[in-house]
Structure formats: C-alpha cells, structure tokens
Design a protein around this ligand. Structure first.
Ligand code: ZN
Length: 180
C-alpha cells in the first residue's frame, strides 16, 4: 500500500480491527519512510452475479431460489438439508469464482442438474424434466437411459425403448389422422 503523504511503497500495518460494517477490516498503517500514519479499509467484494434470463432480462443471482428448486426436486428423498445447502454453496461459489459478472440462467440450471445427478437419480430426473422441458417421452427416456449402468443398457432395453417411442410416434400420427 502506497503512503498517501510521500507515495513510498514501504508501509507497515500497525493495527488491524473489524470495521463498522460486516466483512470489513480497518487497518492503521505507518509509512516506513515519513512515519505518517493512515487508515485503510478492506472489504469483501460482493458485487452480485447477474443472471440472464431466457427473455434477456437480468436479475441478481438468488440463492434462495436455487435452494427452493433443489429442495422441490429432493422432496421425499433421503437427502439431508445439509447436503442441499452444500450443493447451493458450491454452485454459488463456482459462479463467483468464474469471474463472470453475467451468467445465463441456462448455465445455472445445468449446474444444478449436474449436482443432482451425482446425488440422487430421482431428484435429478425430476429437476431435469422440468428444467429442460422435455419435449416428449422420447427425450425423457433418452435421459433415463443415460442413468443406467452401461452393462444394463442391453439390446432388450434399446428394443423396449424403441418400441415405446415407435408407439408414441404412431399414436401421435393416429391423432393427427383423426384430426384431418
Ligand atoms: Zn510516507
């Protein structure tokens, strides 16, 4: 820290105490050259990370909102409140550390999806199905298929999935026919 009197760079902290506001430290420094004393304040930078919504509007990152979304997905699952809090902490920390002032809501959503994927399959699918707005059952099944261990993704399963998808497609085609 430069001395404000003589601009010498060699200054020494002689006292350090909490400031009047939270996350602030007040320091008394002494210039090693001219011996003048001066005060500096150190604060935690807490500029909000702005979230860019789908329609382009910006809003400050809302921790509570993320927490509620995850809680909802984890409803009636064996997931502790602490674990959910940790997930939110990690997501918030990642956003702050990315040093981006603006982050698209999509990135936040994907971070939540990835975090849930590691913890609970049901919570993950619940969140992903709402968030990614699966267009149809085929999308949804693709997602479920990805959850299976490789050795379980047998030919039969593929066959079954294809069968279901074909059926859905057929039903849709039928409905379209009925309408025409
Ligand atoms: Zn000085």
């Amino acid at each position: 820290m430069k001395c404000p009197y003589c601009t010498n760079l060699n200054t020494r902290v002689v006292d350090s105490r909490p400031g009047k506001i939270e996350f602030e430290v007040r320091r008394r420094r002494e210039c090693q050259d001219c011996k003048q004393r001066f005060t500096t304040y150190e604060r935690v930078e807490q500029a909000p990370v702005m979230i860019i919504k789908k329609d382009g509007r910006r809003e400050a990152f809302d921790r509570e909102k993320v927490l509620r979304g995850i809680q909802k997905a984890c409803e009636k699952r064996a997931i502790s409140v602490n674990l959910i809090e940790e997930m939110v902490d990690l997501i918030e920390q990642e956003l702050r550390e990315s040093n981006e002032r603006e982050v698209s809501a999509k990135i936040v959503g994907e971070k939540i999806i990835q975090a849930l994927k590691k913890i609970d399959d049901v919570a993950y699918v619940r969140f992903a199905s709402v968030y990614r707005e699966f267009k149809d059952i085929a999308d949804f099944i693709q997602e479920l298929k990805g959850l299976l261990p490789r050795e379980c993704r047998s030919v039969e399963f593929d066959h079954l999935v294809d069968g279901v998808v074909d059926k859905v497609v057929d039903e849709r085609a039928d409905k379209a026919d009925d309408r025409s």
